[in-house]
Design a protein around this ligand. Structure first.
Ligand SMILES: Nc1ncnc2c1ncn2[C@@H]1O[C@H](COP(=O)(O)OP(=O)(O)O)[C@@H](O)[C@H]1O
Ligand SMILES: [Mg+2]
Length: 353
């Protein structure tokens, strides 16, 4: 199973993207949760409609799978405007960006995904485009090069980033509105699942929804993915209605446990507890113990484990918390280094995100 297809990773593969677009809410009212961001965005859009102007530029930040792309599409739909989609990694030269910008029509919404990965020169061109709706096209090379100014029609930029901290200040400042998406509560994920089940014509009862929601890591993308696996399981087992037992049997089979941990997460925790007495142990040693790349353990497993309060990062290495021992059904030895209270120098889950 590649990372792309793993049940609990937050990125999406090509097959999944097709499915996702079918489940995407098309307007703000159908967008579940994120009440604050939704209200604020609604205000921005309504005001621009009243003023008959294009909406202010919008920056959406937050972890993968929480609805950034969905919101970008909603902005265009709510403004009744065409949508152009590109991404930071696709814009390596200022010329790539100039080509996109110069072909925009008036009022168009330009969605730049992973905007923090745009090249420096393109970024600088974007500053001017966002502020003055103008770009300088450089013609020729060296001493003979000249800048030809080009007027752009007013447009709305919607930028999305998983790493708002990596955006240079001047770029961040040029957005009129920044919405930060948070992980969803279990109740909100149940609503996401209800909506998806309806669209997929699936019969699931309340307990079934809450079982799936509880394993979804606060992430709609994962919730929808788990729902599809549960659907498969129910289909093969000839079940008419999906209840909590069916959902949990299905997801157990896919090795997603009651708290949303997958095989990798559990093997990291298990090694930490059983091979290193709960730590502290260095990241690379831990990675070797579970037969994974350091990078995989650090970027795939750890963020969620830290967020769940199961694993701590300290200057001396990784530690398992009491909750980790408990979750694995293991007894924490009395001499575990961090028995009881977490030490002061532990990184809080918020900082680790
Ligand atoms: N608030 C929401 N309500 C309903 N479905 C959502 C919501 N947020 C995300 N989804 C669903 O989750 C999937 C991933 O959302 P997406 O916008 O692609 O996330 P991101 O761009 O932040 O990675 C989509 O299929 C979408 O339908
Ligand atoms: Mg996206």
């Amino acid at each position: 199973m590649s990372n792309d297809e793993s049940l609990t990773t937050t990125g999406s593969g090509p097959e999944e993207r097709a499915m996702e677009s079918a489940l995407r809410p098309k307007n703000l009212d159908d967008f579940v949760g994120q009440v604050r961001v939704r209200q604020q965005l609604d205000l921005v859009l309504q005001a621009s409609r009243i003023r008959e102007r294009t909406a202010d530029h919008v920056l959406l930040s937050g972890p993968p799978g929480l609805g950034k792309t969905t919101l970008a599409m909603i902005v265009a739909a709510e403004m009744n405007a065409p949508l152009r989609i590109s991404s930071g990694p696709a814009i390596q030269h200022a010329g790539d960006l100039a080509a996109i910008l110069s072909s925009l029509s008036e009022g168009e919404v330009l969605f730049l995904d992973e905007i923090h990965r745009m090249s420096r020169p393109a970024e600088e061109m974007l500053y001017m485009a966002m502020e003055d709706f103008r770009v300088d096209i450089i013609v020729g090379k060296g001493a003979g090069a000249t800048a030809i100014p080009l007027e752009l029609p007013p447009f709305t930029l919607v930028g999305a980033t998983t790493r708002a901290g990596l955006l240079p200040g001047p770029l961040r400042d040029r957005f009129g509105f920044t919405g930060h998406l948070e992980f969803y509560s279990t109740q909100e994920l149940e609503l996401v699942l209800r909506r998806s089940a309806m669209l997929m014509d699936l019969a699931v009862n309340s307990a079934g929804f809450s079982e799936i929601a509880g394993r979804s890591r606060g992430t709609p993308r994962i919730a929808n993915r788990l729902l599809r696996r549960v659907r498969d399981w129910a289909l093969v087992n000839g079940l008419e209605q999906i209840d909590a037992r069916a959902a949990s049997a299905a997801l157990d089979m896919y090795e997603v446990d009651a708290r949303g941990l997958d095989r990798l997460d559990r093997s990291v925790l298990h090694a930490l507890c059983t091979k290193f007495g709960g730590g502290p142990v260095g990241l690379s040693t831990l990675a070797i113990a579970v037969g994974e790349e350091t990078e995989t353990v650090e970027s795939v497993a750890e963020p969620f484990l830290v967020r769940e309060g199961l694993l701590g990062r300290t200057p001396r290495g990784r530690i398992a918390t009491a909750a980790a021992w408990d979750h694995l059904g293991l007894r924490m030895p009395a001499d575990a280094v961090f028995a009881g209270q977490l030490p002061e120098d532990i990184e809080s889950p918020a900082e680790a995100e």
